[in-house]
Ligand binder design. Structure first.
Ligand SMILES: Nc1ncnc2c1ncn2[C@@H]1O[C@H](COP(=O)(O)OP(=O)(O)OP(=O)(O)O)[C@@H](O)[C@H]1O
Ligand SMILES: [Mg+2]
Length: 494
């Protein structure tokens, strides 16, 4: 009977926030040992669906049952205990505690006995061995890479006996190699009959990992499909409701004057000997593995991390910004990879976040100005298809991808001549990515100089006129677009 293999059954689930309906009569089934991708555009309702399952928000109507028992009125704790866990985007580990302590957190006294540190270490080691994980169990979690921290969180769920694990954009901060490993891990979980729901905006991994794909559009379930029944084109069609054009636009331009020049620039202990030029009308890609120093170099260009060696020149003048507000005032733009740390103020409205201006944001003290740019804000909102109810809506209520779009729009309000975009499309759906690529092309034609940092190799190869490869804080080489291939970039990066 079909019932016996179902872990989670959702029927007719609806959710509203005040006047807007976010989920509409959703039906979904997750089976034992199944990996199911939930895909949809930014704001489609993926994270909200997960929060309903976890009891973080209460649906307006509908049924959720787990192993045949209704759970939609249960508390988060009851749902965890029943066997459903969620891996959040912001990891919920305690940085100072060890790996093993984090995994056993809150359960030192359980199963009728008190677990001492050595018991805990031993048990976690056993679990890690079972899953072929090579992570030390007795070091503080803060010493691990993000990818390994995420694995610790997944293993915490496993050790708590989770039979269903929800993962909201689990791979968005992982490198290609880490994504491969993550794939192996979830397959091992599948073999252990765990059911997994995950979201992602990266089509390749959706097709690589998922057994079935459920598509959400505007809060409605379009359908659930066997992975072999879809291809990239038909999937996007279902997500968007129409056919999509050519994915990577690229325009040949003849680069103009040098806007920004780095001569032997370094930041002691972080990177050194960087020589590069950003010219008007070109996209300069910075390639490298995560941790190579690309973000640090980008941040030096803005004075977020002022350089300590060498010389920077901007528009022909020596340029030593000590603070991003200085660089922005001179016409630099910046979109950071971490929107929480270097971007938005979650408690403030979308309108305020946008018109606050990047400069004021960095100056902090020069608070909200009356809004002279309302029209511009509106224009950008339409251009990017930013889904907000009104400019008054709080930033924290926006879906992840829409927050990113607001920040991109905000950067453009200043009309910068030269800009650094660090992982600009992270968390952005396929349609908006296309919009953003198009916009980058337009800016390029407009004579702007763009530094693009991206871990998405295809994106970097397709969008860049030139690529500078960074590894371990040093410049390893430069490739022209016509000579750049993934292999050559990796060869230099390794
Ligand atoms: N607390 C809230 N109050 C009002 N609206 C909200 C709230 N939380 C979410 N929403 C709205 O619900 C809709 C769905 O958001 P959700 O975060 O589920 O989207 P998503 O599919 O996860 O998108 P993304 O791919 O960008 O992460 C969005 O329009 C969002 O603005
Ligand atoms: Mg989301």
């Amino acid at each position: 009977m079909a019932l016996s293999t179902s872990l989670l059954v959702i029927e007719d689930l609806s959710l509203s926030f005040s006047e807007s309906q976010v989920l509409k009569s959703i039906c979904l089934t997750l089976d034992k040992g199944q990996i199911q991708a939930i895909v949809g555009e930014n704001g489609a309702g993926k994270s909200s669906l997960f929060k309903c399952i976890m009891g973080i928000i209460s649906p307006s109507s509908g049924d959720i049952s787990f192993l045949g028992n209704r759970i939609q009125n249960s508390s988060i704790r009851e749902i965890l205990t029943a066997g459903i866990s969620m891996i959040h985007q912001e990891l919920l580990l305690i940085p100072e505690l060890t790996v093993a302590e984090n995994i056993y957190l809150g359960r030192e006294f359980s199963e009728g006995q008190f677990w001492g540190i050595s018991d805990i270490n031993g048990r976690v080691q056993q679990l890690f061995d079972q899953y072929g994980l090579d992570i030390p169990v007795d070091i503080p979690v803060k010493e691990l890479s993000i990818a390994n921290q995420q694995i610790v969180e997944i293993m915490r769920a496993v050790s708590q006996g989770a039979q269903v694990i929800l993962m909201d954009e689990p791979t968005s901060s992982l490198t290609d190699v880490e994504v491969k490993f993550f794939g192996q891990l979830i397959r091992t979980l599948r073999d252990a009959h765990v059911g997994i729901l995950f979201t992602s905006h990266k089509l390749e991994e959706i097709f690589e990992f998922a057994d079935v794909i459920s598509v959400l559009r505007d809060g409605e379930m379009v359908g659930t499909y066997d992975v072999h029944a879809l291809n990239a084109r038909t999937l996007v069609q279902k997500m968007v409701g129409r056919d999509m054009a050519d994915f990577y636009p690229f325009t040949e331009t003849i680069p103009g004057a040098v806007l920004l020049e780095l001569e032997n620039v370094g930041l002691s202990g972080v990177f050194e000997g960087i020589n590069l030029q950003v010219r008007a009308g070109e996209v300069l890609g910075l390639a490298g593995l995560v941790g190579a120093g690309r973000t640090d170099i980008g941040q030096s260009m803005l004075g977020i991390k002022p350089h300590t060696e060498g010389k920077m020149t901007y528009l022909g003048k020596e340029f030593t910004p000590k603070h991003p507000a200085e660089a922005i005032a001179l016409g630099m733009g910046y979109l950071g990879e971490d929107r929480k740390e270097l971007g938005m103020i979650p408690e403030m409205s979308v309108g305020e976040n946008m018109t606050l201006g990047l400069m004021q944001f960095f100056q902090k003290f020069q608070w909200i100005l009356p809004n002279p740019e309302q029209a511009k804000t509106k224009e950008l909102q339409t251009k990017f298809n930013i889904r907000v109810k009104s400019g008054q809506q709080k930033m924290e209520q926006l879906s992840g991808g829409n927050q990113q779009k607001v920040l991109f729009g905000r950067m453009l309000i200043n009309n910068p001549a030269c800009m650094v975009l660090d992982e600009p499309t992270r968390g952005i759906d396929v349609v908006s990515k296309f919009d953003m690529y198009q916009l980058i092309q337009e800016m390029k034609k407009d004579g702007k100089g763009i530094v693009l940092i991206s871990s998405d190799m295809t994106e970097l190869l397709q969008m860049s006129d030139r690529i500078v490869v960074i590894s371990k804080g040093k410049q390893r080489g430069e490739l022209l677009r016509k000579d750049a291939t993934a292999e050559r970039v990796l060869q230099l990066a390794l």
